[in-house]
Design a binder for this molecule. Structure first.
Ligand code: PEP
Length: 257
């Protein structure tokens, strides 16, 4: 049994058009049972263009699968061409939004300051952020993964009140393990996830630290999920590639079976 309800979140990245998204969610819904939803919270993070379709399907069929976006604007409205706002995502009943994914930090220049503003934008609109943090290969080789990742946590949470911090989800994703097939060992994941929880206790208190779900992400598959989930400070997974294959994602949801 787990201290916190595990969250398995599929990050589709820039895959699946809205028709493919409907077919994929239908496949997941067909496989997942009430027992799955009782054991684990299941969410998909879809491209913006899919969200309306996913909402219609989930609403119409009363599906228990949650959904959300992969990014959010720091601003609620205005002259920000190409951006999508928190109020727009909230209107689509998004439960979650990924913020600060390593691909956004790397390819779109997202800084800790911007990530912090986006975390606040999510909470302002009642959407739970899945804050992504984690070190690159150079930092890992230098043994600096803990201070590096904790600095990202500090930056992202700056000025965030405890009642919001208690609801955040943090995904530890070592960049060298994302999309590479190179999975961190359960011990690697536990080391940094435990350090993140320790930092939450320092920044806030033990109650906040106990409440926050900390996910591992990086080449999670059905075959390696159980080992990672066995670690006490790992409360779920953020899954990229394997979340696009329905049977594989369902296998991750059923990690302990
Ligand atoms: C991700 O994109 O967050 C991720 C962990 O990708 P993958 O599972 O493909 O490594």
């Amino acid at each position: 049994t787990h201290a916190r309800t595990p969250l398995m979140a599929g990050n589709w990245k820039m895959n699946l058009n809205h028709l493919e998204a409907i077919a994929h969610v239908q496949k997941l819904a067909f496989s997942l049972t009430d027992a799955d939803y009782e054991a684990v919270e299941v969410a998909v993070l879809a491209p913006f263009t899919d969200l309306r379709s996913v909402q219609t399907l989930v609403d119409g069929d009363k599906l228990k699968i949650k959904y959300g976006a992969q990014d959010i604007s720091a601003h609620d409205s205005g002259a920000y061409t190409g951006e999508v706002s928190g109020p727009m995502l909230a209107k689509l009943k998004c439960s979650y939004v990924a913020i600060g994914h390593s691909e956004r930090r790397e390819y779109h220049g997202e800084t800790d300051e911007l990530v912090n503003a986006k975390v606040k934008a999510a909470f302002r609109n009642d959407i739970v952020p899945i804050l992504c943090v984690g070190e690159g290969l150079d930092v890992r080789k230098a043994g600096r993964q803990v201070p590096h990742t904790l600095a990202q946590v500090d930056g992202a949470l700056a000025g965030l009140p405890a009642e919001q911090a208690a609801r955040i989800v943090i995904a530890y994703e070592p960049v060298w393990a994302i999309g590479t097939g190179e999975v961190a060992t359960p011990e690697d994941a536990q080391e940094v996830c435990a350090a993140i929880r320790g930092r939450l206790a320092e920044l806030y208190d033990a109650q906040v630290a106990d409440a926050v779900r900390i996910l591992y992400g990086g080449s999670v598959k059905a075959s390696n999920a159980a080992g990672i989930m066995a670690k006490p400070d790992v409360d779920g997974a953020l899954v990229g590639g394997a979340s696009l294959v329905a049977d594989e994602f369902v296998g991750i949801v059923r990690f302990d079976q």
